[in-house]
Design a protein around this ligand. Structure first.
Ligand code: HEM
Length: 418
């Protein structure tokens, strides 16, 4: 078997932090290969990108047990959650999440978010300007807690929102405040763990079918309740990423600002165009750079040997912008989704494959729906200006966001259009 292209440096962790989202694509271009080897955190890692690689990555040749680095488990995911499970235990736990994602439940969450946004528009109109990032994070935190059956007193909203944002923003990289993310993780675990116990003891009665009720009463295949800490991690697996949709909404606001033709078009256009726009924001916006898994048993693929135990990184960002999959991939063009075939391995910002049986994001439909809601509100129910500010997006910051958080000024509610 010919040798795979590989990085010459003994370790490329610093290059990964410096190049961020572009790390894998830069090397794929340099080596003219969608598969290459490198070393990250002193371990050998195989990096792959593209739809064919995604198809293999989401097959049973890979497992998640022991795949994500401890640093990510201590902040981002928490310990014992669905992300690290395989096979039957994974399917059983994943079903618990998917049972929350009914069309009626998604409508309910979107309605709560839109109602909060409409009230906030009036408040924003009384200020000269507001930072959209901070406002949307707070609205999403309030909406998802109410939806999930998690009581959130007014005086706690700011702290809880900050903690949930801290869980995904630092993502455990050394140049960001890792310790504050650990503190946020401990505070949030304790808060939700307590609510799980209150629910089990009967002191709290979250609505039937809400995330807190479902997770607190969920039984594993051996009919045991989840340990309190694991139940807390799973409820937080609903709260945290819903608040993280803030990043996408802010990227959508940035795209509206940079493409005023689309802003006008969406203000009065057909609903399907809102969906194209949202899909194009998800395709282009940097969020999760890569997904990680471990090889179960040795296998060969595409001329490369994948030894058992090897960590493999699938380039999510680079697949969404792969020149072999997307025409003129760096151009922002929502219309490409008018003819997209829906291939589950080409548009993979939230993972690929099947939602129910694989590790693809459980909250993808919620994400799309809340983004559509926000885009409609931004284009049809409010007027605002975007003052001069630093809107740069650094691809070495993971997750990335426009530096200013997108400041908007002179907000006015307008009569709903369309
Ligand atoms: C900001 C929007 C979001 C992004 C970018 C995102 C991204 C992702 C990614 C990349 C994965 C991992 C895929 C893999 O390991 O192969 C994932 C998994 C997951 N996401 Fe999301 N997500 C988002 C929103 C949500 C929401 C709103 C929820 C829940 C309400 C959610 C719940 C989950 C869960 C439970 C998993 C684990 C699935 C599994 O391991 O089977 N996510 N997400």
């Amino acid at each position: 078997m010919p040798e795979l292209p590989h990085d010459r440096l003994p370790d490329s962790t610093l290059a990964f932090l410096r190049e961020g989202y572009a790390f894998i694509a830069n090397r794929s271009r340099r080596y003219r290969s969608d598969v290459f080897e490198t070393r990250l955190l002193l371990q050998p890692v195989t990096c792959v990108r593209g739809a064919d690689a995604a198809r293999v990555f989401y097959s049973d040749r890979f497992q998640r047990d022991g795949a994500s680095p401890a640093v990510a488990r201590r902040t981002l995911f928490g310990e014992g959650g669905v992300q690290g499970l395989d096979d039957a235990p994974h399917h059983h736990r994943k079903q618990m999440f998917m049972s929350l994602m009914t069309p009626a439940a998604i409508d309910d969450l979107a309605d709560r978010f839109a109602t909060g946004w409409r009230d906030a528009t009036t408040r924003w109109s009384q200020h000269e300007e507001v930072v959209l990032y901070d406002e949307v994070a707070r609205l999403l935190c309030e909406a998802v807690c109410a939806w999930a059956g998690v009581p959130l007193p007014e005086e706690e909203v700011a702290q809880r929102t900050d903690d949930l944002v801290a869980l995904f923003h630092p993502a455990g990289f050394p140049h960001v405040p890792y310790l504050s993310a650990r503190r946020a993780r401990r505070r949030t675990d304790a808060w939700i763990g307590d609510l799980v116990e209150q629910t089990r003891g009967g002191a709290l009665q979250p609505p039937a079918g809400s995330a807190l009720q479902v997770v607190a009463t969920h039984r594993d295949p051996a009919a045991r309740l989840l340990p309190t800490e694991v139940a807390a991690v799973e409820v937080i697996n609903v709260l945290r990423p819903t608040v993280a949709i803030t990043n996408y909404i802010v990227f959508a606001a940035l795209a509206l600002h940079e493409h005023p033709g689309w802003r006008d078009r969406l203000a009065g256009g057909p609903e399907e165009e809102v969906e194209w726009f949202v899909q194009e924001v998800r395709r282009t916006a940097p969020f999760f750079p890569a997904a990680v898994a471990r090889v179960r048993h040795d296998f060969d693929w595409d001329g490369a040997r994948f030894p058992a135990g090897r960590r493999v990184l699938l380039d999510l960002y680079g697949t969404n912008r792969h020149p072999g999959l997307w025409d003129d991939p760096d151009r922002f063009d929502p219309e490409r989704f008018a003819t997209w075939d829906g291939n589950p391995f080409t548009l993979i910002p939230q993972g690929g494959g099947d939602h129910h049986t694989g590790h693809r994001c459980a909250g993808e439909w919620v994400t799309i729906r809340l983004m559509q809601t926000a885009v409609r509100l931004l284009t049809r129910e409010m007027a605002y200006t975007v003052p001069h500010q630093d809107l740069q997006v650094s691809l070495s910051r993971m997750p990335a966001r426009p530096r200013s958080g997108v400041v908007i000024r002179d907000v006015r509610p307008v009569e709903a259009r369309g």
